[in-house]
Design a protein around this ligand. Sequence first.
Ligand SMILES: [Zn+2]
Length: 221
Amino acid sequence: MTAHGPMDFPEAREALVDAGQRLAARRLVTGTSGNLSVRVGDRIVTTPSGVPLDSLDPAWLSLIDLDGTHLSGAVPTSEVPLHLALYRNTGAGAIAHTHAAVSTAVSCTCDELPALHYNVLQLGGPPRTARYATFGSEQLGENVVQALRGGRTAALMQNHGSVSVGHDLGQACDRLELLEWLCELHVEAHRLGTPRVLSAAELADAERAFEDYRKRLKPGR
Ligand SMILES: [Zn+2]
């Protein structure tokens, strides 16, 4: 087995440090809650257990393999089973999970976020809520995999928080922020009354409009 040092995978380490600061600056994490990881081949660089995400030390991140074996660095996050389940069952290159306040509040109240805005399509459709299971458990990983079935890229975690996958950590953070915004919208709309929900036909039209928009951005593809 190849020995690993504290500065292997420098790009992944930098991405984790940057993402931790970004999510903290946008108030999506408080204290030591939340965890992030990046996959590089058959290795995963994760945030350590018990360290605030806004003050990660690149040399003190945790390196594990796809079986969860700890290879170097600090003790990895307690949510390793969640991250492993998502890497095994999705094409994710990175994962972000936090206890963002509004997403967590909404996770206690609905099984699927109603489509109040067409931007749910940026998350593969209306985000579902993964059923509650104890943090760090294999069951929680399985429940989140279920919530992401059919190409969803973000989910609420019942009475716990939110989680997203991406091809890189920047994309995973974008999705986590979008999910928090959609939850804020949900709460605000319900404060005003009973919100109108987009129909399946309206979402299908919006999906086509997104496709046209992408084609215009990348002509010839
Ligand atoms: Zn958590």
